[in-house]
Write a protein that binds this ligand. Structure first.
Ligand code: HEC
Length: 105
């Protein structure tokens, strides 16, 4: 009897985590954490680089350089280590899908 409860809880837990990963807004929600410095939707209005429209591979490569220390940073070396590879992939997809301001409109 007890084993069934444990197995049921496990299955439920897996189902829930699967639903979380499939949330279509997850990338946008995670990317909101970058907006404070890189601008809403990745269109920076300050001195920070715009991320809107940046190709996925380029963004992930930059993050990798920050993580490894290959590229010197004031803050991004810390921020880049605060996300899992899965989360960064979602963030990269989100910014790649954004239109750069002043671009084709
Ligand atoms: C506290 C402000 C801040 C936040 C939050 C922030 N960044 Fe940055 N970002 C910077 C600064 C400043 C730089 C320039 C490098 C440095 O000094 O760290 C930078 C550089 C970058 C670059 C390199 C741009 C280029 O073309 O060279 C990328 C890519 C990047 N950030 C992605 C992100 C992502 C993705 C997030 C959210 C997960 C994020 N940043 C959150 C401040 C921030």
């Amino acid at each position: 009897m007890e084993e069934w409860k444990v197995a049921g809880a496990l299955v439920l837990g897996l189902a829930c985590s699967g639903a979380w990963a499939a949330d279509p807004n997850l990338g946008r929600n995670l990317a909101a954490g970058c907006a404070g410095c890189h601008g809403t939707d990745g269109n920076s209005v300050g001195g920070t680089a715009s991320l809107a429209g940046m190709p996925r591979d380029r963004l992930l490569a930059r993050i990798g350089e920050f993580r490894s220390g290959a590229k010197p940073a004031t803050i991004m070396h810390q921020i880049s280590k605060g996300y899992s590879d899965e989360q960064l992939a979602l963030i990269a997809d989100y910014f790649a899908s954004r239109k750069p301001a002043g671009g084709e409109r």
